[in-house]
Design a protein around this ligand. Structure first.
Ligand code: COA
Ligand code: MG
Length: 335
């Protein structure tokens, strides 16, 4: 394994890159449009549980839970004096994992340019997670420098990179950060909102309904979509109040998020429900697919479905929803 003990992530503009989709659509395929729909294959990301890597019981328990992804945390939930032991625990944990599991594994590292960064990146190489979650991203080079470093280590397309959006600077640079998902070699797949840090840095109040945060959350959703990225809503600290948590999941889903970052196992089931398939949605999607499959509708861009117009863009949406239905069924049959 390459040594990262002298890792330096220079604060300079990274290599010149082509501004293209990381996984461009072939002509005629889905995704071939001016604004990318998504630039990577569909993954279930309804529920992403954060697990402090320093907590042995939580690590052990995480392998038994029904979340779609696990964010193994080396950053804020781990005390400075426990960082080294947490990295070792994580290496051991990954060595024993079932690699065929559909659960996505993400490691949240400390700032790559801080004192724990090199050792965290070394742990990433040893563990081989699906993605690395970068904390407190402020500008595009925070993502691109790590992408370049991974490429220099000869690491192929995986791990991918995810970015925490949790600083005022990230809010101002959102479009440019998200664009790292459109550059070849940028590796960026997903933005994750971190409201605890954002509230701390801005002074925005933590009140039910998140009225002053909604405008910021919507900007993150739009920036992510403009670059074909997935986007995950922030943690909700009150894990004992499942009613309030469920309401926040519903709000996030309506805003366009793909799922929610979680802090406690009790939040998994409500998040899976909110970000899963809504009542009647699968039937509706099947009706749209069969409407376009009828011979009389061949070649039509818009059709009449029981007195409503549906267009081919709705067909794309319906097919994506049915693919999600299938992924959920596959996961449930496995567990
Ligand atoms: N991952 C896995 N298991 C967890 C867990 C987590 N994030 N949080 C709690 N559990 C487990 C506990 O180990 C306990 O297991 P057991 O009863 O089977 O032994 C069970 O769930 C119930 O836990 P509970 O007693 O209700 O909570 P707690 O007091 O142990 O922990 C927190 C509460 C908030 C400290 C804890 O949930 C936590 O550390 N969450 C993650 C924090 C984090 O990652 N922050 C960074 C992102 S913002
Ligand atoms: Mg944070």
């Amino acid at each position: 394994m390459a040594s990262v003990s002298h890792l330096a992530l220079p604060r300079i503009w990274p290599r010149r890159r082509a501004n293209v989709l990381a996984h461009p659509a072939e002509p005629g395929q889905k995704g071939e449009m001016n604004t990318p729909f998504r630039n990577h294959p569909l993954r279930l990301r309804r529920s992403l549980l954060s697990v402090p890597a320093s907590n042995a019981r939580a690590l052990e328990k995480s392998a038994t839970l029904a979340c779609d992804g696990i964010i193994f945390d080396l950053e804020d939930s781990v005390a400075p004096e426990s960082k080294a032991a947490a990295r070792e625990a994580l290496k051991q944990h990954f060595a024993g994992l079932d690699r065929a599991s559909p659960v996505e594994r993400i490691i949240r590292i400390n700032s790559p340019s801080g004192s724990d960064g090199p050792a965290d990146l070394e742990a990433v190489l040893a563990c081989g997670p699906n993605a690395v979650l970068l904390p407190k991203v402020c500008e595009p080079q925070d993502v691109l420098a790590v992408a370049d470093w991974l490429a220099d280590q000869g690491v192929d397309d995986s791990p991918r990179l995810w970015a925490m959006i949790e600083t005022p600077a990230a809010m101002l640079n959102l479009a440019a950060i998200a664009e790292a998902g459109r550059t070849s070699g940028g590796r960026l797949d997903c933005l994750v909102v971190g409201l605890n840090d954002l509230r701390l840095a801005t002074g925005i109040a933590d009140v039910p309904g998140r009225p002053f945060l909604v405008p910021l959350l919507m900007q993150v959703v739009v920036a992510a979509r403009a670059s074909g990225l997935d986007v995950i809503d922030s943690v909700h600290n009150g894990f004992a109040d499942i009613g309030a948590f469920g309401a926040e999941c519903e709000q996030g889903r309506q805003m366009g998020f793909d799922g929610k970052m979680l802090i406690h196992p009790a939040q998994i089931e409500p998040a899976n429900r909110s970000y899963g398939i809504q009542d009647g949605a699968a039937d509706e999607a099947r009706a749209i697919v069969s409407a376009f499959a009828r011979p009389e509708n061949a070649g039509k861009g818009a059709v009449n479905l029981d007195g409503r117009m549906v267009e081919r863009l709705h067909l794309d949406q319906a097919e994506r929803l049915l693919a999600k239905v299938e992924l959920i069924a596959k996961k449930e049959n496995r567990t």
